[in-house]
Design a protein around this ligand. Structure first.
Ligand code: UD1
Length: 437
């Protein structure tokens, strides 16, 4: 059996300029939204990641015709040929975000069927907020332990209240509501920048959507939406990861296409650590110069505009080498601290108490054989490897490939020593363990 692994070696301070790719969390739902507008939509700034390829596979399975220019990061999706509305279980098992086609399918065809997504390593991740609210909109849902079938004659506009501002539930209901006659309100909606990006493309398609303070999305249904050309927003999570790579290695980085206004709390925390942050006058671009004496900071993840849960793991790496003690609380996903065990193997001093981590800064990390448990943990472990003494070997690359477009190449361009290999599992794992320490 063949497996891929990444070897990360202690690297010099990362320095240089780097453009970030389109946002993974925005592009998936935006691709799903093209179902709503029969015809050919063109998306630009599309990252090349395995999740995007999976979403292409799913839309093609439905009958869409797709052309993806991976060099130009441009994708054409002709959704006029869609005939199928059943998500095949194999695709659902690879990517939970497949569930985001439910809203558009219900709005356009009045039916959607799929295997239930189930839990994953970062937590149970139920879909009750999606289902409860679709039912309130008149959808009949038949489900057993593995499968659900949703049908409706006509979606009904309602005032819907989310118990928690779930990103996926907000997006799914929002898409369904665009073609629902009357006014739908989503109260306590998620307002993550990726949700805003979805609103922007839907408005360009002709949807009538407004956002009312503090967090209500109001949708006045329209009869139909038009296909459009749209550029996906830059990935704030990739920007954060690259800023941390420079910060951790004591370097400096400029990201000309980053959007600082969607990263406020994260940038504040970097400043509190002692790093210098300069943002572009025109609202674009972030420059970071690392301090040589980083101070530990505490933070708690939360819905936007709070500290993003997707940057919790990489930010934890920065705390492992900072001066002092950091208390990190994960409030969004109940099991998103699996990277602690891997960082401990690398010499990090971290105690876990439920969903809290207490990180005491140490002088150095050491290379080890580590396993990535989810997309963001994979990035965190690569960052830790950049400063560890001795090589780090990371497996579990399926997660790394799902979430990032050429991140390894970007880190290498900045001076990071990150190499990818394929190997026979049997035999080489033992050698890796011996080499690693
Ligand atoms: C999206 C992002 C993910 C990010 C997360 C939070 C994508 C493809 N993924 O995931 O990277 O970390 O937002 O910013 O965009 N919940 C329920 N019932 C539901 C739905 C959610 O209890 O029906 C819970 C979840 O288990 C979790 C919390 O709500 O504890 C937040 O989940 P949600 O905001 O829905 O995250 P995703 O949309 O799955």
């Amino acid at each position: 059996m063949v497996t891929d692994f990444i070897r990360i070696s202690r690297s010099p301070a990362l320095k240089g300029a780097c453009e970030i790719s389109g946002a993974k969390n925005a592009v998936l739902v935006i691709m799903a939204s093209t179902i709503l507008a029969a015809g050919k939509s063109i998306l630009r700034n599309v990252p090349v990641s395995s999740d995007v390829l999976t979403m292409i596979e799913l839309l093609e399975y439905f009958g869409a015709e797709i052309y993806f220019d991976q060099v130009d990061n441009r994708i054409e999706i002709d959704s006029s040929t869609i005939v199928q509305s059943e998500v095949c279980p194999n695709i659902m098992s690879r990517m939970r975000a497949s569930f985001l086609v439910m809203g558009p399918l219900l709005a356009r065809f009045g039916r959607a069927s799929m295997a239930l997504p189930g839990g994953c390593s970062i937590g149970q991740r139920p879909i009750d907020y999606h289902l409860i609210n679709f039912k309130k909109m008149g959808v009949i849902i038949e489900e057993d332990a593995y499968y659900l079938k949703a049908t409706c004659q006509q979606l009904q506009a309602r005032r819907l209240v989310l118990e928690y501002p779930s990103v996926g539930a907000t997006e799914n209901i929002l898409m369904a509501a665009t073609l629902t006659s009357g006014i739908t309100e989503i109260v306590n909606a998620a307002l993550e920048p990726e949700v805003q990006d979805l609103i922007n493309i839907l408005k360009k398609m002709g949807a009538n959507i407004s956002v009312q303070a503090p967090a209500t999305i109001v949708i006045q249904g329209v009869e139909q939406l038009q296909p459009v050309e749209y550029a996906v927003m830059p990935d704030r999570l990739e920007a954060g990861s690259l800023l941390l790579a420079a910060a951790i290695t004591g370097g400096e980085i400029s990201i000309p296409n980053a959007q600082p206004h969607v990263m406020d709390v994260f940038l504040l925390k970097l400043e509190q650590m002692g790093h210098t942050i300069i943002t572009g006058d025109d609202g674009r671009g972030i420059f970071l110069q690392a301090t040589s004496k980083p101070q530990a900071v505490s933070f708690k993840t939360g819905p936007y505009p709070g500290f993003p849960t997707d940057l919790q793991a990489p930010m934890m790496v920065a705390q492992t080498l900072a001066d002092g003690v950091s208390i990190i609380e994960e409030t969004v996903f109940e099991n998103r601290l699996l990277h602690i065990k891997e960082l401990q193997k690398m010499g990090a001093k971290i105690e876990q108490h439920g969903t809290k981590a207490i990180v005491t800064g140490v002088n150095q990390l050491v290379g080890a054989s580590v396993v990535a448990s989810d997309i963001r943990a994979s990035c965190a472990l690569v960052l830790a490897g950049l400063v560890a003494h001795g090589p780090t070997h990371m497996t579990g690359l399926v997660h790394f490939d799902r979430g990032y477009d050429r991140l390894r190449e970007k880190l290498t361009q900045l001076g990071g020593r990150v190499e990818r290999f394929s190997s026979e599992i049997l035999g080489i794992e033992d050698k890796l363990d011996q080499q690693a320490l």
